[in-house]
Design a protein around this ligand. Structure first.
Ligand code: FE2
Length: 323
């Protein structure tokens, strides 16, 4: 059977975002944002969220656009959450009141946040900005919000139900047989982990430090590779990761004007996500081209190769299911 690989190409401009993806969606600082589900549904609470590629990959990929001083409120995940900054500057803050620490990340930076901690983020640049998020596992579970965020959301008319769906009380009432989710109790807040800014900084790999981390794969000096998470095996190479988080997926950046990887076959799911430039991917003898913010999903067991065709520097993220 021939798979039409064009169906696995996701042009960012064709995506349909949710404008009220979460319970906080009407609150100041959270209302001017768009949520995109590219691979898997992610953790969106909007039952109408459009999901571009539903096939299970072992991880989920989504994106966020936010206006200046907008972003996500304090929440915790049960699986890994890795942020890929595409544009602008983003402030990440954490702790049950959001005051334990912060890091500011800029375009090209990658930040991996541990599970079981409350984190939020906001666009602190002066124009709209984008970041991408990789969440662990096929089902990344549901978000836990801080009790104070759920209370503020309720005052704005938004209620999260026990089936993880949203109700806008201005438009609907809570359906028969369903009820609002119970906020966690104050004594349960102690079960969440605490981190200093220095501790989280270790899980941030900054674009300005790329030269420190780049590994050459030895292929005519044309490929530079930054391997963030999990070992990256390519041809006879096996590169170790910069961040020691067990996320269930691998994350790698391929960079350089003449960068390319010759054909290889992989049994696992693999995603190419373009940060910069233009990349041609050949997969089972069919070709696709991805530009900035576009995604391509290689089918399992397919033979694929990739090359930078932009004639200038470029970079592409590779997200791989861990075997
Ligand atoms: Fe999150």
């Amino acid at each position: 059977m021939t798979v039409d690989i064009q169906n696995r190409l996701v042009k960012f401009k064709d995506l349909i975002p949710s404008e009220v993806p979460f319970v906080e969606g009407k609150l100041k600082g959270h209302q001017d944002r768009s949520n995109y589900s590219i691979v898997g549904p992610g953790v969106s609470e909007d039952t109408k969220q459009s999901v571009k590629i539903a096939e299970e990959h072992g991880f989920n990929i989504g994106a966020v656009r936010a206006a200046p001083m907008n972003g996500s409120g304090l929440h915790s995940h049960t699986t890994a959450e890795v942020f890929l900054i595409f544009s602008g500057s983003w402030r990440f803050y954490w702790g049950t009141e959001g005051k334990e620490g912060e890091v500011i990340c800029n375009a090209g930076d990658v930040a991996s946040f541990p599970t079981n901690m409350f984190r939020g983020f906001q666009n602190v640049s002066d124009q709209d900005a984008h970041l991408f998020v990789v969440l662990g596992e096929n089902d990344p579970g549901v978000i836990t919000w801080t009790p104070s965020l759920l209370k503020k959301a309720k005052d704005s008319g938004m209620v999260l139900l026990d089936d993880n769906s949203l109700i806008d009380l201005d438009k609907n009432s809570i359906p028969e047989g369903k009820s609002a989710i119970k906020p966690i109790q104050d004594n349960e807040l102690d079960k969440f982990d605490n981190y200093t800014s220095e501790e989280i900084e270790k899980f941030v790999i900054r674009a300005k430090d790329h030269d420190k981390y780049l590994q050459d794969d030895g292929h005519f000096n044309s490929n530079t590779i930054l391997n963030y998470i999990d070992n990256f095996k390519i041809h006879e190479k096996d590169l170790s990761p910069l961040i020691e988080h067990n996320t269930g997926f691998g994350l790698t950046l391929l960079k350089g004007e003449n960068s390319h990887i010759h054909p290889y076959t992989l049994a696992e799911s693999e995603i190419f996500l373009c940060l910069e430039g233009e990349w041609e991917i050949t997969c089972n003898d069919q070709k696709v081209i991805i530009g900035s913010k576009d995604t391509f999903s290689s089918p399992k067991n397919s033979t694929r190769s990739i090359k930078n065709i932009s004639g200038k520097d470029g970079s592409v993220f590779i997200v791989r299911q861990k075997n």
